[in-house]
Design a binder for this molecule. Structure first.
Ligand code: 5GP
Ligand code: ZN
Length: 170
């Protein structure tokens, strides 16, 4: 990007890549996007280049509120070092991250009038991953709030049996 300093979005005439927008909703000037480490919004947040509503931070992770919350208190826990998802992150790092997820979830549960929470972690576009930096969603749940449900598809038992046989791990 030729701009020495990022332009306000309204003044930026550079072409924009919609895949790099905030969840498709809040485009930024491309100069800011180009300045982002790894071209990654969450790296930019970890570096402090983009502001966030932080709820927890240590040497390994950062946790902050999601800008499009599914429920009140919806938070994201990310490692500060970039990996794109579960499969390219080491077991050791994952183990450490999940203990932080537990810590933050426990804090949210104690601080909000929620009854429970979901932990979600999407891998790949087809799974709904929009930011290709590993993150765990913590979604506080309040009584009967909108469903996150896997209950819609009744399986054929024979198909399920065959599939399990094919997928069984040694
Ligand atoms: P995914 O669908 O990739 O699992 O979830 C990405 C999440 O990151 C979405 O819920 C989206 O609202 C959130 N998000 C995207 N960009 C930003 C941002 O710049 N700041 C914050 N706080 N959340 C973001
Ligand atoms: Zn990143």
């Amino acid at each position: 990007c030729a701009e020495p300093t990022p332009l306000p979005l309204a003044e930026c005439l550079h072409p924009r890549d919609s895949s790099r927008f905030f969840n498709g909703q809040q485009p930024r000037c491309c100069a800011i996007i180009m300045a982002m480490k790894n071209n990654c919004v969450f790296c930019a947040i970890a570096e402090g280049e983009i502001p966030s509503f932080k709820v927890y931070e240590d040497d390994l992770v950062l946790a902050y509120l999601d800008i499009n919350p599914f429920t009140k208190g919806h938070a994201l826990v990310i490692p500060k070092a970039h990996t794109s998802g579960l499969l390219d992150t080491s077991d050791e790092t994952l183990a450490s991250i999940i203990s932080r997820v537990k810590k933050v979830a426990s804090h949210l549960k104690a601080s909000l009038p929620c009854d429970g929470f979901n932990i979600l972690q999407n891998n790949g576009e087809s799974a709904g991953q929009t930011v290709m930096h590993l993150h765990f969603h913590i979604v506080p749940r309040y009584g009967k709030s909108a469903e996150i449900s896997f209950a819609n598809h009744k399986a054929d038992m024979e198909e399920l049996k065959a599939l399990a046989a094919r997928l069984r791990m040694p």
